[in-house]
Design a protein around this ligand. Structure first.
Ligand SMILES: [Zn+2]
Length: 240
């Protein structure tokens, strides 16, 4: 069966029904494809009208994806650049039928894997290592940052996020940190932690928020600019 689609201007919008009370549109990474989600009973005509009413928004959202340069498919091969804690290292693939392993050796990141591993599997091994690195750093940083800000969260999680370095669910007192933070400096990680903890005192990015940030992390503006200049990707686009 063909999936339902509607055509709006030059957008092909995929339709997904059910499991929602309201109709909404999403522009999906990485290509800016558009999805409309709607309750079962909504007609395609109603969806079309809804999408047309959001056309200028759709165009703006899609433009964001189109201006982002696409990264080539990453291979995770010897010689590739990998970042850890702000240092640019080179990857060395070591083949072994024994366990998967990653270790840092000066400017090299040695990734041990089976000879027939795929780039996806090597990426997964590396990401597990990043997760361990980040968790270890957080064990030391969380008590420090909680002391600085004077508040604490109930939960700290790590996940890959495509568009943000951290997030805070204020009511649940949950803080999520982007896995890719392990590629940037420890000072950047501290800045993101403090930023999310400050949200427990001030939910919005208003003047009070900036004032609190300056109090708890005086150089936050330069750390923020630096982080925002970093791609949310583990690899540099070019080799060393
Ligand atoms: Zn924020």
């Amino acid at each position: 069966m063909n999936a339902e689609t509607i055509q709006i201007s030059d957008f092909t919008v995929s339709v997904e029904r059910g499991d929602t009370k309201y109709m909404y549109l999403r522009v999906l990474p990485p290509d800016g494809n558009v999805l409309i989600k709607a309750p079962e009973q909504v007609s395609l005509d109603d969806m079309r009208r809804f999408a047309i009413s959001k056309l200028s928004w759709l165009k703006r959202e899609r433009a964001k994806y189109q201006t982002q340069p696409r990264l080539p498919e990453r291979r995770y091969e010897t010689g590739d650049c990998v970042r850890i804690w702000g240092d640019v290292c080179r990857l060395r693939i070591v083949h072994s039928w024994k366990c998967n392993d990653v270790r840092r050796d000066g400017d090299w990141i040695e990734l041990q894997t089976r000879p027939n591993s795929t780039p996806k599997q090597r990426e997964k091994i590396l990401n597990e290592w990043y997760r361990k690195q980040l968790r270890k750093a957080l064990d030391a940083l969380i008590p420090l940052c909680e002391k600085i800000v004077g508040v604490s969260a109930d939960f700290y999680g790590i996940k890959k996020m495509a568009t943000r370095w951290g997030s805070c669910q204020i009511e649940k007192r949950r803080i999520w940190l982007n896995l890719h933070l392990a590629q940037n400096s420890r000072a950047s990680l501290q800045y993101v932690l403090i930023h999310e903890l400050v949200h427990l005192l001030e939910p919005t990015h208003n003047e009070r928020f900036s004032m609190l940030m300056t109090r708890y992390c005086p150089n936050w503006r330069s750390l923020k600019d630096h982080l925002n200049g970093q791609a949310l990707e583990p690899f540099e686009r070019k080799h060393l």
